[in-house]
Design a protein around this ligand. Structure first.
Ligand code: HEM
Length: 212
């Protein structure tokens, strides 16, 4: 069986597995899940997350009517408003966040590639949203148990328009498999998803130097 026969979603998953493992083992992630960080570190994570989602979701608007990747622009996934509500709860109504250097680099990369390349947009979209619907659900439960957040503070992790994360992830993988990618686009997408993972890991590193 060739890599193509295996299905593109499976190839994307296996092609980013090493980077995923590294992201999961980040010092910041382990400290957060281990309950060793204060609420301000968690708010710091959401603040940085808001900044790159803002760019990613602006890029999504430009692809909404695209015949190849418009199907990925799913309103029920959008996180910007949920993040803004969490930040208002955690930091107060007049919250403001400044990008750490790695967040700035992540935002720059999103600006550079996601408004002009379909594949790059989906690479970044996949890395974040499928992650939030997977590991994000683990983080959600831990934050609830550690800090006692019920709805406020963890709205980012609650996809209330997605009935169940698992079938939705399967639907998303079917979209990845079915999209009529051009020759070479699949390879570029896997490559860019690895870039996306590395950018996320760099944000964790910056966060750990501030909070750990
Ligand atoms: C708290 C640390 C993390 C944990 C515990 C975790 C856990 C998981 C688990 C269990 C899955 C498999 C879900 C399934 O079988 O469908 C998964 C998938 C995924 N995670 Fe993570 N993850 C973490 C961090 C991250 C980070 C930091 C990112 C990227 C920013 C990420 C991106 C993804 C993606 C894109 C998938 C989908 C893989 C695929 O099926 O194609 N994860 N994660």
């Amino acid at each position: 069986m060739t890599a193509v026969d295996e299905g593109f979603a499976a190839r994307l998953r296996s092609g980013t597995r090493d980077e995923h493992e590294r992201a999961e083992r980040s010092v910041f992630v382990e400290a957060l899940l281990g309950g060793r960080l204060g609420r301000e570190a968690y708010a710091g994570l959401l603040g940085q997350t808001y900044l790159f989602y803002d760019v990613l979701e602006n890029a999504g608007e430009t692809w909404r009517d695209d015949p190849v990747v418009g199907a990925f622009v799913i309103d029920g996934l959008l996180r910007r408003d949920a993040l803004a509500r969490d930040l208002a709860y955690l930091l107060g109504a007049d919250w403001r966040v400044e990008p750490l250097p790695a967040t700035r680099a992540y935002m720059d990369r999103l600006h550079e590639v996601c408004f002009t390349s379909r594949g790059a947009f989906v690479a970044h979209h996949y890395t974040r949203y499928l992650g939030d619907l997977s590991g994000g659900q683990v983080i959600h439960r831990r934050m609830r148990d550690i800090y006692g957040f019920e709805d406020d503070g963890v709205r980012f992790y609650v996809f209330d328009q997605v009935a169940k994360p698992k079938p939705f992830r399967d639907h998303y993988r079917a979209l990845l498999d079915a999209a009529p990618w051009r020759e070479g686009e699949r390879d570029e997408l896997v490559e860019e998803a690895n870039v996306a993972f590395r950018l996320n890991r760099a944000v964790f590193e910056d966060l750990s130097s501030v909070y750990c």
